[in-house]
Write a new protein. Structure first.
Length: 300
């Protein structure tokens, strides 16, 4: 996680298990020691209440300092999502995040938690080798370190100015991983893979908490990149190219691929068609991060 170490932490007791913790996760004035305990509360409270309390937590934080404004927008998308799609998304959060630790071992710059989760999602159905994900990882980190690579790859002038900094960037954001994964996706084999995503369960990443804990400088960099998808009408453009129900978060990730000056309409349509095929094979009610990033990973 792209966070700065906080000093002088005071120990607090987790409201779920009662254990003391120096690094609590806050939800609407209650403190939790881990994603596991926060997930336990989430199950008891129900999804709608959990999301309402997540937004309330962001609103409280706004009065005391910086918050990631787009994170509130993202939570609202979950609240308004199709019920079946939302339940599918929740049910495979564990398998999508299962490979985060393996990917973390080869990171050389800070990573946004959501960017790492998205890359981990490419490994969810085990048809994409770790080496393919690491190739995407390497390109994403090159964009962070090498302004010349940003000049070469980034289309919109406004985004190029934001990213092609002589001193480099703070770390890998969701926009950067989307760009890198799209750029690496070039090998669309005619062979169709009909693999089913495993159904496994375990501790999951709590997405809203990751944003609240982010380093504000890194978080601001993330937001100024992400807004370029809106400024360049990328979401509207990709929405017209889809034929299935897509999670709004996943459409945002797909749209960021259009910020790549080398991306063609033909190649983007192949990415979309591949992702939608994966959803059909799994009899899923729509597409989320898993479908898109597995499709991107297979094409590396």
């Amino acid at each position: 996680m792209a966070q700065e170490e906080k000093k002088n932490h005071k120990s607090a007791a987790c409201v779920e298990c009662g254990q003391p913790t120096n690094y609590p996760m806050e939800l609407n004035e209650n403190l939790y020691c881990s994603s596991k305990c926060l997930s336990t509360y989430r199950q008891k409270a129900g999804e709608q209440r959990f999301q309402k309390e997540s937004i309330a937590t962001f609103e409280k934080k706004r009065s005391t300092g910086w918050i990631p404004e787009r994170a509130i927008m993202y939570i609202e998308w979950c609240r308004s999502c199709n019920k079946n799609l939302r339940e599918m998304c929740k049910s495979n959060q564990y398998i999508c995040g299962l490979h985060r630790d393996a990917l973390r071992r080869t990171e050389t710059v800070p990573w946004c938690c959501h960017a790492r989760f998205n890359l981990s999602s490419s490994l969810a159905d085990r048809t994409v080798p770790l080496e393919a994900a690491q190739k995407i990882q390497a390109l994403a980190e090159e964009l962070v370190k090498n302004p010349k690579k940003c000049e070469e790859l980034i289309g919109p002038e406004g985004l190029r100015k934001k990213m092609a900094k002589a001193e480099g960037l703070k770390g890998v954001t969701t926009t950067i991983i989307d760009l890198a994964a799209g750029e690496m996706a070039r090998n669309f084999d005619s062979k169709i893979i009909d693999a089913k995503t495993p159904t496994e369960d375990g501790d999951i990443m709590i997405h809203y908490a990751a944003c609240l804990e982010c380093d504000p400088v890194f978080g601001a960099e993330c937001e100024e990149q992400a807004v370029e998808k809106d400024l360049n009408n990328c979401v509207d453009a990709v929405r017209k190219m889809t034929h299935s129900l897509w999670c709004e978060h996943t459409l945002q990730a797909l749209s960021a691929i259009l910020l790549n000056r080398k991306m063609t309409t033909e190649r983007l349509q192949k990415i979309i068609d591949s992702a939608e095929h994966i959803a059909r094979v799994n009899n899923d009610p729509g597409l989320n991060t898993r479908h898109l990033f597995v499709a991107l990973g297979r094409a590396v």
